[in-house]
Design a binder for this molecule. Structure first.
Ligand code: URA
Length: 434
């Protein structure tokens, strides 16, 4: 076999065999296939796509290119959750302790910021002292002892995906359904969970801009999960506006803590309860109705907040953040209000632009080597459908010396579309794919 014939076959829209996919992926990982041939292969997939069987094979090969984590020692069904990425998406910070509080263990490997979207690991690292790199032994021990652990992916988790993703990023081949689905699911499979709840975002702040594309991605991922014998459910959720109130690392941790204290944005609450209920249901411990009742109860009683405290303490973080997040999280005291230039109703928010503005402030990385500034971010005061008066603040930005403030302000202003006619608020959850 030579790379040329596999590239040609996919370029012509034919189905590839397991041997052919393995030959390309593993050849690339080993350095036997050069970037230019892999790039051509990815572009062929971009235009010709893969069917369900090819995707399942690609996922498995990428998963098996590195460590396959064995969580069986925990002795319980492990349910993982994954978001396809959004702006202000701190769902894991709420859902993980909430689900763990009802006795469903959380053993979660999370990622860092990708493109204009944030990453759970970067957010957790804004808690002073919080350790996200755990040995497998520490990770499993924490799950056994506290019922919860969230760590960064080990260096050797799906290394084929890592190498291929970097090439996709540089060759405009990220946003293809088979490639995204297999990229995400390869890391999930290697992470060792038994079942998955997937939060597939749709809208201007997501990788999938339309509900139709998000649904296709959801179906692809559910198909891959099932092909590997894992219960998988996907929710198609709204990313036409930032999720919740804050965007930025410490600010999102603060929002999660406030949520667990009972102070939450209603739509974000709906999302968290729905995802948590599916996770508990897939664990097999309760049906959906019982799960919802238990989750709401634990939120009200403060048990979920105490589970968050366990997580922070177990991973070396300063647990005083739980009691007084404004004091103990690094949050910038320098703020700038962005005011509306007209009266009306918020019709649209280009959420990708809000994500990019947060990167300009320092909340994300412009280059791979950049360090994140946990103290900066955005408070989103007006959402789609909200009424706004001329001169009224629509957002507040938290800045630092290094922030590119003027650019960020302009970007947020550009992101808002305000019209005279009233606008309906958007639903949080569009659909569930099982
Ligand atoms: N997230 C991933 O992990 N991979 C993709 O391809 C896109 C989003």
């Amino acid at each position: 076999m030579i790379p040329y014939e596999v590239i040609l076959k996919k370029r012509n829209g034919e189905k590839l065999s397991k041997e052919e996919i393995e030959f390309m992926v593993m050849g690339y990982v080993k350095g036997e296939i050069p970037d230019y041939q892999m790039a051509a292969f990815l572009m062929a997939i971009y235009f010709r796509h893969m069917d369900e069987e090819e995707r399942a094979i690609l996922t498995e090969i990428m998963a098996r290119s590195g460590d396959m984590i064995d969580l069986s020692e925990i002795g319980e069904k492990i349910v993982d959750k994954h978001s396809s990425g959004g702006v202000g998406d701190k769902t894991t910070l709420v859902v993980a302790p909430l689900v763990a509080s009802v006795g469903v263990p959380i053993a979660k490997m999370s990622g860092r910021a990708l493109g204009h979207t944030g990453g759970t690991i970067d957010k957790l690292e804004s808690i002073p002292g919080f350790k996200t790199s755990l040995s497998l032994e520490e990770f499993i021990n924490n799950v056994k002892k506290y019922g919860i652990a969230i760590a960064g992916q080990t260096a050797n988790l799906a290394p084929a995906d890592k190498k291929i993703y970097a090439l996709r990023d540089a060759t405009a081949t990220v946003d293809e359904i088979s490639l995204i689905a297999s990229s995400i699911m390869s890391k999930k499979l290697a992470g060792g969970a038994d079942a998955f709840v997937l939060d597939v975002k749709a809208g201007s702040g997501a990788f999938m801009k339309t509900i139709k594309d998000a649904k296709e991605l959801a179906k692809a991922m559910v198909g891959i999960g099932k092909a590997h014998g894992k219960d998988t459910v996907a929710l198609i959720t709204n990313m036409e506006e930032p999720l919740g109130i804050y965007v930025g690392n410490s600010l999102e941790v603060l929002e999660a803590i406030e949520f667990l204290k009972g102070n939450y944005d209603e739509k974000f609450y709906e999302l968290c309860i729905e995802i948590s209920s599916y996770m508990v249901k897939l664990s097999g411990k309760m049906d959906e109705k019982e799960a919802k009742t238990a989750l709401v109860e634990n939120l009200k009683s403060g048990k979920a907040l105490e589970k968050f405290r366990d997580l922070v303490r177990a991973q070396g973080g300063d647990e005083r953040v739980v009691d007084d997040p404004w004091k103990y999280l690094p949050i910038s005291s320098e703020t700038t209000e962005i005011k509306s230039e007209r009266s009306g109703y918020v019709k649209d928010i280009d959420t990708e632009k809000v994500g990019i503005a947060s990167i300009l402030l320092g909340a994300g990385r412009v280059n791979k080597e950049d360090t994140i500034d946990p103290s900066v971010g955005i408070k989103v005061l007006k959402k789609i459908g909200d009424k706004v008066e001329k001169g009224e603040p629509i957002a507040i930005i938290y800045t630092s010396k290094k922030s590119r403030v003027d650019e960020a302000v302009e970007m947020i202003k550009e992101a808002y579309v305000i019209t005279e006619e009233p606008v309906e608020k958007l639903p949080m959850i569009h659909e569930v794919v099982t």
